[in-house]
Design a protein around this ligand. Structure first.
Ligand code: DGT
Length: 139
Protein backbone atom coordinates (compact mmCIF):
# COMPACT_ATOMS: atom_id res chain seq x y z
CA UNK A 1 0.00 0.00 0.00
CA UNK A 2 1.26 3.48 -0.86
CA UNK A 3 2.35 5.61 2.10
CA UNK A 4 0.54 8.76 3.12
CA UNK A 5 3.44 11.18 3.58
CA UNK A 6 5.89 13.01 1.39
CA UNK A 7 8.63 15.58 1.93
CA UNK A 8 9.01 18.84 0.01
CA UNK A 9 11.26 21.87 -0.16
CA UNK A 10 10.34 25.21 -1.66
CA UNK A 11 13.76 25.90 -3.20
CA UNK A 12 15.82 29.14 -2.95
CA UNK A 13 14.62 30.46 -6.34
CA UNK A 14 10.94 30.30 -5.38
CA UNK A 15 11.64 31.80 -1.94
CA UNK A 16 13.63 34.67 -3.52
CA UNK A 17 10.85 35.28 -6.03
CA UNK A 18 8.19 35.60 -3.32
CA UNK A 19 6.24 32.41 -4.09
CA UNK A 20 6.13 30.77 -0.62
CA UNK A 21 2.53 31.79 0.04
CA UNK A 22 1.18 30.85 -3.38
CA UNK A 23 2.89 27.45 -3.36
CA UNK A 24 1.68 26.57 0.16
CA UNK A 25 -1.83 27.66 -0.88
CA UNK A 26 -1.73 25.36 -3.92
CA UNK A 27 -0.42 22.49 -1.76
CA UNK A 28 -3.25 22.96 0.75
CA UNK A 29 -6.02 23.32 -1.81
CA UNK A 30 -4.75 20.17 -3.55
CA UNK A 31 -5.61 18.17 -0.43
CA UNK A 32 -2.28 17.90 1.39
CA UNK A 33 -2.15 18.49 5.15
CA UNK A 34 0.99 20.18 6.49
CA UNK A 35 2.54 17.92 9.13
CA UNK A 36 5.81 19.89 9.59
CA UNK A 37 6.99 23.26 8.24
CA UNK A 38 9.99 25.58 8.54
CA UNK A 39 12.14 28.22 6.86
CA UNK A 40 15.74 27.08 7.03
CA UNK A 41 19.00 27.23 5.08
CA UNK A 42 21.05 24.15 4.20
CA UNK A 43 24.81 24.18 4.66
CA UNK A 44 27.04 22.82 1.89
CA UNK A 45 27.49 19.63 3.93
CA UNK A 46 23.69 19.31 4.33
CA UNK A 47 23.09 19.66 0.58
CA UNK A 48 25.89 17.24 -0.31
CA UNK A 49 24.35 14.67 2.02
CA UNK A 50 20.76 15.31 0.93
CA UNK A 51 21.67 14.98 -2.77
CA UNK A 52 24.35 12.28 -2.33
CA UNK A 53 22.65 10.06 -4.97
CA UNK A 54 23.52 12.72 -7.55
CA UNK A 55 27.18 13.20 -6.56
CA UNK A 56 28.52 11.71 -9.81
CA UNK A 57 26.28 13.86 -12.01
CA UNK A 58 27.85 16.76 -13.94
CA UNK A 59 25.46 19.28 -12.35
CA UNK A 60 26.17 18.23 -8.73
CA UNK A 61 28.31 21.28 -7.87
CA UNK A 62 25.75 23.63 -9.39
CA UNK A 63 22.94 21.86 -7.51
CA UNK A 64 24.69 22.18 -4.13
CA UNK A 65 25.58 25.84 -4.83
CA UNK A 66 21.97 26.63 -5.75
CA UNK A 67 20.34 24.78 -2.85
CA UNK A 68 22.54 26.57 -0.30
CA UNK A 69 22.39 30.12 -1.67
CA UNK A 70 19.40 31.17 0.43
CA UNK A 71 16.65 29.88 2.67
CA UNK A 72 14.28 27.10 1.71
CA UNK A 73 10.91 26.06 3.13
CA UNK A 74 11.02 22.42 4.26
CA UNK A 75 7.74 20.58 4.84
CA UNK A 76 6.27 17.16 5.46
CA UNK A 77 2.90 16.66 3.77
CA UNK A 78 0.15 14.11 4.37
CA UNK A 79 -2.37 12.77 1.88
CA UNK A 80 -3.40 9.38 0.59
CA UNK A 81 -0.88 8.33 -2.12
CA UNK A 82 1.21 11.39 -1.14
CA UNK A 83 4.47 10.73 -3.04
CA UNK A 84 2.87 10.11 -6.43
CA UNK A 85 0.14 12.74 -6.11
CA UNK A 86 2.66 15.37 -5.04
CA UNK A 87 4.95 14.60 -7.99
CA UNK A 88 1.94 15.04 -10.26
CA UNK A 89 1.18 18.38 -8.58
CA UNK A 90 4.74 19.71 -9.04
CA UNK A 91 5.18 18.51 -12.64
CA UNK A 92 8.24 17.46 -14.64
CA UNK A 93 11.79 18.25 -13.44
CA UNK A 94 12.26 20.62 -16.36
CA UNK A 95 9.54 23.33 -16.22
CA UNK A 96 9.55 23.44 -20.03
CA UNK A 97 8.12 19.90 -19.94
CA UNK A 98 5.81 20.43 -16.94
CA UNK A 99 2.03 20.26 -17.43
CA UNK A 100 -0.09 23.44 -17.30
CA UNK A 101 -1.10 24.42 -13.77
CA UNK A 102 1.66 22.43 -12.06
CA UNK A 103 3.82 24.20 -9.48
CA UNK A 104 6.95 23.97 -11.64
CA UNK A 105 5.12 25.23 -14.73
CA UNK A 106 3.93 28.25 -12.73
CA UNK A 107 6.96 29.07 -10.61
CA UNK A 108 10.14 27.33 -11.84
CA UNK A 109 12.63 29.09 -14.09
CA UNK A 110 14.87 26.26 -15.34
CA UNK A 111 15.71 22.56 -14.89
CA UNK A 112 18.24 23.53 -12.22
CA UNK A 113 16.15 26.20 -10.50
CA UNK A 114 12.89 24.33 -10.46
CA UNK A 115 11.06 25.83 -7.46
CA UNK A 116 10.19 22.69 -5.50
CA UNK A 117 11.40 19.25 -4.47
CA UNK A 118 9.21 16.21 -4.00
CA UNK A 119 10.35 12.84 -2.62
CA UNK A 120 10.47 10.05 -5.20
CA UNK A 121 9.54 7.12 -2.91
CA UNK A 122 7.94 6.39 0.47
CA UNK A 123 11.33 5.32 1.78
CA UNK A 124 12.99 8.58 0.71
CA UNK A 125 10.08 10.62 2.08
CA UNK A 126 10.78 9.16 5.52
CA UNK A 127 14.55 9.66 5.23
CA UNK A 128 14.23 13.23 3.93
CA UNK A 129 11.62 14.22 6.52
CA UNK A 130 13.84 12.92 9.32
CA UNK A 131 16.81 14.77 7.80
CA UNK A 132 15.05 18.12 8.35
CA UNK A 133 12.71 17.60 11.31
CA UNK A 134 12.86 16.29 14.86
CA UNK A 135 9.95 14.19 16.07
CA UNK A 136 8.59 17.05 18.19
CA UNK A 137 8.32 19.23 15.05
CA UNK A 138 5.94 16.80 13.31
CA UNK A 139 2.19 17.14 13.99
P1 DGT B 1 13.78 16.76 -7.01
O1 DGT B 1 12.36 16.66 -6.60
O2 DGT B 1 14.38 18.11 -6.75
O3 DGT B 1 14.65 15.64 -6.50
O4 DGT B 1 13.77 16.67 -8.59
P2 DGT B 1 13.39 15.46 -9.55
O5 DGT B 1 13.22 14.20 -8.80
O6 DGT B 1 12.28 15.94 -10.40
O7 DGT B 1 14.70 15.41 -10.44
P3 DGT B 1 16.05 14.56 -10.28
O8 DGT B 1 16.02 13.70 -9.06
O9 DGT B 1 16.33 13.96 -11.59
O10 DGT B 1 17.11 15.72 -10.07
C1 DGT B 1 17.25 16.33 -8.79
C2 DGT B 1 17.51 17.79 -8.97
O11 DGT B 1 18.76 17.98 -9.64
C3 DGT B 1 16.50 18.53 -9.85
O12 DGT B 1 15.36 18.95 -9.16
C4 DGT B 1 17.30 19.69 -10.34
C5 DGT B 1 18.69 19.13 -10.48
N1 DGT B 1 18.94 18.73 -11.87
C6 DGT B 1 18.50 17.65 -12.54
N2 DGT B 1 18.92 17.65 -13.80
C7 DGT B 1 19.68 18.78 -13.93
C8 DGT B 1 20.42 19.36 -15.00
O13 DGT B 1 20.49 18.84 -16.11
N3 DGT B 1 21.05 20.55 -14.71
C9 DGT B 1 21.00 21.14 -13.48
N4 DGT B 1 21.63 22.30 -13.28
N5 DGT B 1 20.32 20.62 -12.47
C10 DGT B 1 19.67 19.47 -12.69
Amino acid sequence: MAGNKTFTMIKPDAVENGHIGAILEQINTSGFRIVALKLTQMTKADAEEFYAVHNERPFFGELVEFMTRGPIVAAILEKENAVEDFRTLIGATNPADAAEGTIRKRYATSIGENAVHGSDSDENATIEGAFHFAGREMF
